[in-house]
Design a protein around this ligand. Structure first.
Ligand SMILES: NC(=O)c1ccc[n+]([C@@H]2O[C@H](COP(=O)([O-])OP(=O)(O)OC[C@H]3O[C@@H](n4cnc5c(N)ncnc54)[C@H](O)[C@@H]3O)[C@@H](O)[C@H]2O)c1
Length: 354
C-alpha cells in the first residue's frame, strides 16, 4: 500500500500544499494511506485533511515516519546534516550547483534515500507534469508593479502578505499604479511564468512586449531591454542563456526601473540577470542595485505562495494523477525523476547504498 506523508513546510511563509483534501480522499479511496503533519501555515486546515480520512501527525515528525512512507512537501527540508532514508518528493533545487545543493545530495547519499524532485517530474516529451509557473508569473508581475509604484512615490515597498485571491491582489496593484502604465517586457513569454505575467499585465491594461527564444537568438547585447520600465525575466538559468541585463545596463541612459526576476537563480553562474547575489523576500521584496536613476530587483523565490489557494489548486490538480500512480510505471514519470537523481549523485561523486 502506498503511504504518502505530507510534511509541514519548514518555511514560515510557505502556505501552499501539493495535496488538497479532495485529492487525499481520492487517494485513500484508491487504497493509499495518507498522513498529514499538522501545520499552522498551510492554507488548508488540519481538520479538512482529517475529515478527508487522513491521519494527522506532529509537525516535523517525518524523520520518524515508517521507512516505506513517501515524504511529500514543496520547499526545502529543515536545516540538518542528518542522513535521509526515505523517498522524498519536493523542490530541492539541488541539480544546478545552487548553494546548499551538495549538502542535500550528500544527505540522500548518506542515508540511502531517494529524491524525486518536483522540478524534474516530466512526461515522455520532457514537459513538466506539474508546475507553479503560471501563478509565479502572475504574482511576480504584480509585485514588480508594486515595487515600481513605491519607487515612483519615493518609498520602498512594505512587507508583503499573502492575498486571499487574485482579484484582491489586482485591486491593490491597480490602486498603487493609478493612471501610470509603465512599459513592460517579458522574456520567456511563451512559458508558464511568461503567460501568467502577461495575463496580469493584460488585466491592468498594460500590453507587454513579449520575447522568447527567437528574440534573444542573437545572444545580445539587448539595448531594447533598457527602453522598458519593467523587465520580467522568466527564463530558467542554464548554460547558453545570454545575459539580458548585466552591470553594463546600470550606467546607460535607461528607462528600466524594476527587474522582476521571477526565474531568480542568483546562485548559479548562468544567471541571465547577473546584477545581484541573493534572493529577496516577502519582508524586503526589492533590492536597490543602483541609486540614480534607481533600479530595483525583485527576486522572491516563493511567489506563488502569495496566492496560496489558487496556486495550490492548480498544482495539486496536476500532480494528483501522478501521486495516484506512485508505485506503478506512470509512463515513466517517477522512474525518470529517479534516474535524474542518480545521475546527479554520480556527477557529484556521491554513491548511495539505497
Ligand atoms: N520565483 C518563483 O517563485 C518561481 C516559481 C515558479 C517557477 N519559477 C522559475 O521560473 C522559471 C520559468 O519557469 P516556467 O515554468 O515558465 O518555464 P517554462 O519552461 O514554461 O518557460 C520558459 C520559457 O523561456 C523560454 N526561453 C528559454 N530560453 C530562452 C532564451 N534564451 N531567450 C528567451 N526565452 C527563452 C522558453 O522558450 C519558454 O517559453 C524557472 O526558472 C522556474 O524555476 C520561479
Amino acid at each position: 500500500m502506498t503511504h504518502i506523508w505530507l510534511r509541514a513546510e519548514a518555511r514560515a511563509t510557505e502556505r501552499r500544499t501539493p495535496l488538497l483534501p479532495d485529492g487525499a480522499a481520492q487517494l485513500i479511496r484508491d487504497g493509499a494511506r495518507i498522513t498529514v503533519e499538522r501545520s499552522t501555515t498551510r492554507v488548508i486546515s488540519d481538520a479538512a485533511y482529517s475529515d478527508a480520512g487522513c491521519d494527522l501527525a506532529d509537525t516535523g515528525s517525518w524523520p520518524d515516519a515508517p521507512r516505506d512512507a513517501i515524504i511529500l512537501g514543496l520547499k526545502e527540508l529543515p536545516d540538518s546534516d542528518a542522513p535521509l532514508t526515505h523517498r522524498h518528493i519536493f523542490f530541492a533545487h539541488a541539480y544546478k550547483g545552487q548553494p546548499g545543493a551538495i549538502p542535500v545530495l550528500t544527505r540522500f547519499a548518506d542515508g540511502g534515500g531517494t529524491l524525486l524532485d518536483l522540478e524534474y517530474l516530466v512526461d515522455g516529451t520532457g514537459r513538466r507534469v506539474a508546475a507553479f509557473g503560471y501563478w509565479a508569473g502572475y504574482v511576480g508581475a504584480a509585485v514588480s508593479l508594486l515595487v515600481y509604484a513605491a519607487q515612483k512615490r519615493g518609498t520602498s515597498l512594505d512587507a508583503l502578505n499573502p492575498w486571499a485571491d487574485s482579484a484582491t491582489m489586482r485591486e491593490d496593484v491597480a490602486g498603487a499604479l493609478g493612471s501610470d502604465m509603465p512599459a513592460a517586457l517579458i522574456i520567456g513569454a511563451k512559458g508558464r511564468v511568461g503567460m501568467g505575467a502577461a495575463d496580469l499585465f493584460g488585466a491592468l491594461n498594460i500590453s507587454p512586449t513579449r520575447w522568447d527564444m527567437e528574440e534573444t537568438r542573437s545572444g545580445g547585447p539587448f539595448p531594447e531591454v533598457a527602453r522598458h520600465e519593467i523587465l520580467v525575466n522568466a527564463v530558467l538559468a542554464m548554460p547558453g542563456v545570454p545575459v539580458f541585463a548585466g552591470p553594463d545596463i546600470l550606467a546607460t541612459d535607461r528607462a528600466l526601473r524594476v527587474i522582476g526576476d521571477v526565474a531568480c537563480d542568483p546562485g548559479t553562474p548562468y544567471n541571465p540577470i547577473p546584477l545581484y547575489g541573493d534572493v529577496t523576500s516577502w519582508d524586503a521584496p526589492a533590492l536597490r542595485v543602483h541609486g540614480e536613476p534607481p533600479l530595483d530587483i525583485m527576486a522572491i523565490d516563493n511567489l506563488p505562495s502569495l496566492l496560496p489557494r489558487e496556486a495550490s489548486e492548480e498544482f495539486a490538480t496536476a500532480l494528483l494523477p501522478h501521486l495516484a500512480a506512485l508505485g506503478t510505471d506512470d509512463g515513466g514519470v517517477w522512474a525518470r525523476a529517479e534516474e535524474t537523481f542518480r545521475a546527479h549523485l554520480s556527477e557529484n561523486g556521491l554513491t548511495t547504498s539505497g
